[in-house]
Design a protein around this ligand. Structure first.
Ligand SMILES: *Cc1c(COP(=O)(O)O)cnc(C)c1O
Length: 450
């Protein structure tokens, strides 16, 4: 075997060992593992050394100090794991080292973009014209789609943002729900629309936009709706929001970082009704679809709008035959994120994606039932994969210290709460039961210690 073959075989063995033991250890690394990170405090080596020894250090000092989000009892943020099909496709893709910027740089990446685009559009019930852009995550997917929205709305007002910028442009109004995700503001700030230069529509107790409170406005206008409030999982009432927007020629954007995948599960169609009538959508593949980081997707109904904003040459016309990623995304050079998405869609199929979503929701309800039966207060209607329980900082810290599972804090209507997101493909009933038992044990110690 060559050195390279040895190195790969060693790395693959280490990766297998990691994944086969990740569920047997604490979800959050212990103090010893964190302390061991000081082994990385080295001076920049002057001389070349054996790469195998470097990989050994990475594993020996690094693996134990990871958070076990690849395992089955990580419920923090909205963090999925990585499906084996995604991981394997990702490994092959790394070996390929493709730059997916242009078809001439990677015919396979361009082809799989086309295939994945049409599968996603069909799976999620989006308009058939919809073009997609692979970006680093939902924050960038929001920024990408909102850039297309901004430029389209201002083009209709006679202003070319790409040529002339925003100084002196006609004013453009952005409307958001009260419970819009914090990173939506970051995206708006990034593209020059301002984090706070927005009109905020109040939300109900589950975080849904109160669409009858949308203001009567005219002119260039974007409304940002949400599919999946990050604490409750609630969906905005899309039909009413879209009707309001259509009367005003406004652009409707939906942040569906995890919630967009609900459209793949027929049982959730009551939630997702009207979702497909918006103009753009943002989602993550690295959350609920369970591919590796960093993988987000922007969807724009009108492909011309995406090209207007991102073509890197003026007056760019699309080629007839293949998708040119660098003319549809903020990036130029880029990795082929579609490989993992394609591999997951192809191996799970429509039924498998629906099952992934459906099961997470069932497990979230199971978690909520267990915790409620044990005396904790569930603060949300568990309509999706998110559960929020009343908890003070001491309880959350105790759960994290216990290490059986990991859940993070949030604030809901002014009080601290603990958020549990079931998004990983590997989680099953026994993980939920074990984790619920651990949380209840922490809660009873806490009460005893009061
Ligand atoms: C996670 C999330 C985001 C941000 O996604 P990143 O992938 O972290 O950039 C935006 N909106 C919602 C609703 C989210 O849950």
């Amino acid at each position: 075997m060559t050195d390279r073959d040895h190195l790969f075989a060693d790395a693959a063995a280490r990766a297998r060992r990691y994944l086969s033991t990740v569920d047997k250890r604490r979800v959050a690394p212990d103090a010893e593992a964190q302390d061991n990170l000081k082994r990385f405090d080295e001076a920049l080596p002057e001389q070349t050394t054996d790469a195998a020894e470097t990989i050994a250090l990475l594993d020996d000092a690094g693996s134990a100090a990871t958070v076990a989000s690849a395992g089955s009892r990580y419920f923090g943020f909205v963090t999925g794991g990585t499906l084996p099909a995604a991981l394997a496709a990702g490994v092959l893709g790394l070996a390929w080292d493709q730059n997916s910027a242009l078809p001439v740089m990677s015919p396979v990446a361009a082809k799989l973009h086309r295939v994945t685009r049409s599968w996603l559009v069909e799976l999620l019930g989006l308009p058939t014209t919809t073009e997609i852009a692979f970006v680093s995550g939902a924050t960038m997917a929001n920024a990408t789609a909102l850039t297309a929205a901004r430029d389209d709305q201002l083009a209709k007002a006679g202003w070319d943002v790409q040529a002339d910028g925003l100084f002196g442009a006609p004013p453009l109004t952005v409307v958001v729900g009260e419970q819009a995700h914090s990173t939506l503001g970051k995206a708006l700030g990034l593209i020059g629309l301002g984090r706070q230069r927005v009109i905020t529509v109040p939300a109900d107790d589950q975080g849904r936009m109160l669409a009858d409170r949308l203001p009567d406005l005219r002119g260039p206008l974007i409304v940002c709706a949400q599919a999946g409030e990050v604490n409750t999982g609630a969906f905005d009432p899309f039909p009413t929001i879209v009707d309001w927007a259509r009367e005003r020629d406004a652009w409707v954007h939906v942040d569906g970082a995890f919630g967009l995948w609900a459209a793949a599960d027929p049982a959730l169609w009551p939630l997702t009704g009207g979702l497909g009538t918006a103009d753009s959508w943002a989602t993550d593949a690295h959350k609920w679809l369970n591919v590796s980081y960093d993988s987000g997707i922007a969807f724009v109904r009108d492909p011309v709008a995406l090209r207007r904003s991102f073509a890197s040459v003026a007056g760019y016309l699309p080629p007839d035959n293949a998708y040119e990623a660098m003319h549809h995304t903020p990036q130029s050079s880029q990795r082929a994120r579609q490989l993992e998405v394609w591999a997951v869609l192809r191996s799970l199929g429509r039924a498998g994606v629906a099952r992934l979503v459906h099961r997470s929701c069932e497990l979230a309800r199971r978690m909520a039932d267990r915790l409620a039966a044990g005396g904790l207060t569930v603060l949300n209607d568990v309509v999706l994969n998110q559960v929020m329980v009343r908890a003070d900082a001491a309880l959350i810290a105790a759960v994290q210290r216990d290490g059986t599972c990991w859940c993070g804090p949030t604030t809901w209507h002014g009080e601290t709460a603990m958020r549990i997101s079931v998004s990983g493909w590997a989680t099953d009933e026994s993980d939920v039961d074990e984790s619920a038992a651990a949380i209840l044990r922490c809660a009873s110690y806490n009460r005893a210690g009061d």
